[in-house]
Design a binder for this molecule. Structure first.
Ligand code: C2E
Ligand code: MG
Ligand code: MG
Ligand code: MG
Length: 280
């Protein structure tokens, strides 16, 4: 078996290829086996409600525990998973694992948490996604309204019939839909009217770099007001320091997420974090 894999590699790699190309191809071959080998892990980053400072949700973030490279971040392998189509299987694993993990935590702690899961634009083109979402929820015994799917603007502007129908279906079964990295893509904002979006996640590019940054707070306030008037909640991502938080508290932003509160952490640590945070 190992010999086979070696042979395959020899075929693919030729002397003219750049180191970068070779690395990418080697990673791609490893990625094909990673799911079966159980090399993916989920970390969870808490989301904090700004009105009462309590943890109200968690975002599942995938990592790849590569046998020789160690923990590989998603920005490195998700794009490869997308171009190879592997993302659909990986994404389904994330959904099932995250629903199971978080429902168990909810049962144990008796707390109210929303689980958000990132969904690739490629998954939105798959007619099986809605069924997979239902199955993941059912297998975990999770209420539909607890699950939030984070979509990117680029996934929505493609606007195929499949994705249109899929988003409506997901909205109909009660899953929440969020726009991740809002305002950083090339999309206009017409999609906010077209789709049943519940949550907008403001990218850290929106946050004020310094407390006195010109017009920055006004900008956050205006965007938040627009989202609220359209019935959407607003979450600020990438909140790293107390100054940023102070700015957000002066806007009407609903939730915040970032290193100031917690880094993404393994499930084993999440329970303690939530208990501690609730107590304080
Ligand atoms: P994202 O969904 O926008 O997730 C937020 C990213 O910002 C995470 O990086 C998180 O660790 C990081 N972050 C959190 N707080 C802070 C902060 O205070 N400062 C800064 N500078 N960064 C912060 P991560 O985990 O490396 O994930 C990167 C991206 O990979 C995610 O961005 C998401 O687009 C993608 N991704 C992660 N997990 C999945 C997955 O299961 N499926 C898919 N399709 N994509 C995923
Ligand atoms: Mg996200
Ligand atoms: Mg984001
Ligand atoms: Mg981001």
């Amino acid at each position: 078996r190992a010999k086979d894999a070696g042979g395959t590699r020899m075929q693919f790699f030729s002397a003219e290829m750049s180191v970068e190309t070779k690395n990418r191809m080697a990673l791609e071959l490893d990625l094909r086996e990673a799911l079966e080998r159980g090399e993916f892990v989920l970390h969870y980053q808490p989301r904090i409600c700004l009105d009462d400072d309590s943890p109200c949700g968690v975002e599942a973030l995938i990592r790849w525990n590569h046998p020789s490279k160690g923990l590989v971040p998603p920005n490195v392998f998700i794009p490869i998973a997308e171009t190879t189509g592997l993302i659909c299987k990986i994404g389904n694993w994330v959904l099932r694992q995250a629903c199971e993990d978080v429902q168990r935590l909810i049962d144990r702690l008796g707390t109210d948490l929303v689980l958000s899961v990132n969904v690739s634009p490629v998954q939105l083109r798959s007619p099986t996604l809605c069924g997979e979402v239902r199955q993941a929820l059912q297998a975990a015994g999770m209420d539909t309204h607890r699950l939030e799917l984070e979509l990117t603007e680029s996934g929505l502007i493609e606007d195929t019939d499949t994705s249109q129908q899929l988003l409506r279906e997901l909205g109909d079964i009660g899953v929440r839909l969020a726009i991740d990295d809002f305002g950083t893509g090339y999309a206009g904002i017409a999609y906010l009217r077209q789709y049943p979006i519940d949550v907008v996640k403001l990218d850290r590019a929106f946050l004020c770099p310094t407390p006195k940054a010109d017009g920055c707070l006004d900008f956050i306030r205006a965007v938040t007001e627009m989202c609220h008037s359209l019935g959407m909640r607003v979450v600020a991502e990438g909140v790293e320091d107390a100054d940023m938080l102070r700015q957000l508290l002066r806007s009407d932003c609903d939730e915040a997420q970032g290193y100031l509160f917690a880094q993404p952490m393994p499930l084993a640590k999440l329970g303690d974090y939530i208990i501690d945070r609730q107590a304080s």
